[in-house]
Design a protein around this ligand. Sequence first.
Ligand SMILES: Cc1ncc(COP(=O)(O)O)c(C=O)c1O
Length: 437
Amino acid sequence: MKSSVWHPNTQMSEWEHFPEIINAKGVWLIDSQGKKLLDGVGSMWCNVWGHSKHELVNSITKQAKKLQHSPMFNLTNQPSEKLAKKLTSLSPGMNHVFFSDNGSTAMEISIKIALQYWSNLGVKKTKIATLENGYHGDTFGSMSIGYVPEFFINFKSKLFPTIKFPVPNKYRLPKNYTFSDYQNFCLEKIEEKLSNNNSIAAFVMESGAQMAGGVIIYPKNFQRKINKICKDNDVLFILDEIATGFGRLGSMIEYENQRCKPDIVSFGKMLTGGYLTFAATLTTDKIYNAFLDNFHQMKHLFHGHTYTGNPIAASLALTNLQLYKKHNLIQKLQAKSQIFQKRMDEFYELELVGDVRCKGMVMGIELVSNRERRTPLKSSKSINKLVFEEGRKHNVYFRTLGNIIMLVPPLAISSNELNFLLDGTLKTIKGIASKLK
Ligand SMILES: Cc1ncc(COP(=O)(O)O)c(C=O)c1O
């Protein structure tokens, strides 16, 4: 079928047609030709239980029949209130929740809260510090804080400037550095800047790992040390757990695992198990209280969306979080994550594989054309198209990030299915290698 839809981040000229998914069950997507594909992308990193989970489907229909939407302007609704309580009980130090529609808007809200916080206090702190290679979404504010040159160069002139610091990537270290030296170098740079510049409002980073940056997993204590530098210098610490919270890296709340105390944190993606678009930005009493005053002081948060706190999405998120507890999901992930770890070496046996990185339920496989020089793999069409087509032959759905194959399956994938995914990935890489010869 020729598509009238303009697909996201897609060179449309490469695609005659897109396989049409008509049905899905568990980890399997079924297309209009009856072909089954294992969802290796987890509905773009947000799927928890697989598709058609009856508890989640029932939650949607039940709430839709009762109250499909009611705005948060002058009103409230029970699912949003209950969910806010649940989220603050799960997230240490957090007391207040602002709901939005997706990860990008949640990050916009994080920055707006931080900037208005200082403004409300009458303190002139307006700059935002971030890590290079981070990604926080596709809207202008989130592109500014998560500037990925390959993605956003066309919009650069309209993005606000940020202060950027390097991030340690073990596979691509600058010359003459050990991994440990480079970590120290990055931290020293941050400390030096933050302690000599009192106009920095906030430091923003992904929690645990840079996902879209290619599964760059932070070394132990790296995030915690940045948190401390921020605290010492009165800079707000904002974490983005949109892709890494709720189990993707093996922990429920990744900042807790990293022993951090953020001022603001955002969740999205897996919040609804991958069934509806929804996100949440959480903050502390300290931040929230700076927005309270007489109305005419105009200190209230200037942000709002039509669908903020949508009751269907909120009750769905509550059901999803109840299922985490009922099925003891986080504990179960540890055993499954071991499968990724145990099978890593099989990838290193392949000539096209330069590096393999994994943590929890995500694996990034970096494809290179020259292992010694670590040259990213290139081909006449996009690597994504190449991998997608080859993967389809082996019944796996892939979406790569440049030359990096991302394995981000539904969290509740069974061990057999995970092994099927890894076998299919190995076959796919071998297939590409023979095509490129
Ligand atoms: C870390 C991170 N933040 C923010 C976003 C943006 O989320 P959304 O695509 O829902 O706008 C993403 C999306 O992949 C992400 O990985």
